[in-house]
Design a protein around this ligand. Structure first.
Ligand code: ZN
Length: 318
């Protein structure tokens, strides 16, 4: 399952994410972790990220997406992943979709863990933590109050209230979240990928609802879609003689005369309807075409399997 998790601070989506990781044996991809790891490893993207951060700037979406893409190429992400904390806005969501389309691994589910604002307020502002670091017990004055106010049940130490958990701060945090997330909810709803689970009740009840969504709704849908794609691939062999051979093999030997255009589309053979080709095509044209012959140059240029990378992966799709 390829999942984007949406949910406010205090919604409990982190807990649900952990349970999903265990049940489906898929990794959670957190952009914060990726950034730290890339910076520590000193990779290309890590250096770019560090330069931005050192300059007090946001790390660009391109860099973040590059990190996500690298992460997705690891074997443990083959069966899916959970993205948490990304995307945060529509341009990021679009860029993510484009990248996943190139990998033929489109998102399958945008899961919103929905909790009323007033409940979120109580969850966050009511939080109290044992000041004894060795204990660290957590309470909530509304939902799981200590037996004697302000004192830890376990060790008797005073309970502390984080200063940024006060009502005004929390309310503005939730507003920011709301502003960011509402457009994403609309975006994924329009794609038919949004499912909402009520984030109230016991952790297990919520998780039961989450897995029902996955097993009963999303998985059959995903299976039907890949079956349809597979069928389409089989039933449509007019030019696909090359198709089975994979892009590399096919693109070159492919007849120069007729097959030029299809070759350029390789990344999205038939399975994925999205055409990821346009960008690379342009680049290829610029480089390859001297000057005068823009149009004639296009075809030969397009033939170059600029897309080598994405095409082979397309086959591995699950
Ligand atoms: Zn304690």
């Amino acid at each position: 399952m390829r999942i984007v998790l949406l949910g406010a601070p205090g919604s409990g989506k982190g807990t649900q994410s952990k349970l999903l990781i265990e049940k489906y044996n898929i990794p959670q991809i957190s952009t914060g972790d990726l950034l730290r790891a890339a910076v520590a490893a000193g990779s290309d993207l890590g250096r770019k990220a560090k330069a931005a951060m050192d300059a007090g700037q946001l790390v660009s979406d391109d860099v973040v997406l590059g990190m996500i893409q690298e992460r997705l190429s690891k074997p443990d992400a083959r069966a899916g992943f959970i993205l948490d904390g990304f995307p945060r806005n529509i341009p990021q969501a679009q860029a993510l979709d484009a990248m996943l389309a190139r990998l033929s691994q489109p998102l399958q589910l945008a899961l919103l863990v929905d909790v009323d604002t007033e409940v979120l307020m109580k969850r966050i502002t009511g939080r109290r933590t044992c000041s004894n670091a060795a204990c660290g017990a957590i309470y909530n004055i509304y939902f799981s109050a200590p037996k004697s106010p302000g004192k830890c049940d376990k060790c008797g130490s005073n309970l502390a209230h984080r200063s940024d958990d006060n009502e005004n701060t929390v309310r503005s945090r939730l507003q920011v979240y709301e502003q960011q997330t509402a457009p994403l909810v609309t975006y994924y709803k329009a794609q038919g990928k949004l499912r909402t689970v009520r984030g109230t009740g016991s952790v297990n009840e919520i998780f039961k609802n989450v897995t029902d969504i996955i097993e009963v709704q999303m998985r059959p849908l995903a299976a039907a879609m890949s079956a349809a794609q597979a069928a389409a691939a089989k039933n449509a062999p007019p030019k696909p003689a090359k198709k089975p051979a994979a892009a590399k093999a096919a693109a070159k030997p492919a007849a120069k005369p007729a097959a030029k255009k299809p070759a350029a589309k390789k990344p999205a053979p038939k399975k994925a309807k999205k055409k990821a080709a346009p960008k690379p095509k342009k680049k290829a044209v610029k480089k390859a075409a001297p000057k005068k012959a823009k149009k004639p140059a296009k075809k030969p240029a397009a033939k170059k399997p600029a897309k080598k990378k994405s095409a082979p992966k397309a086959k591995k799709k699950k």
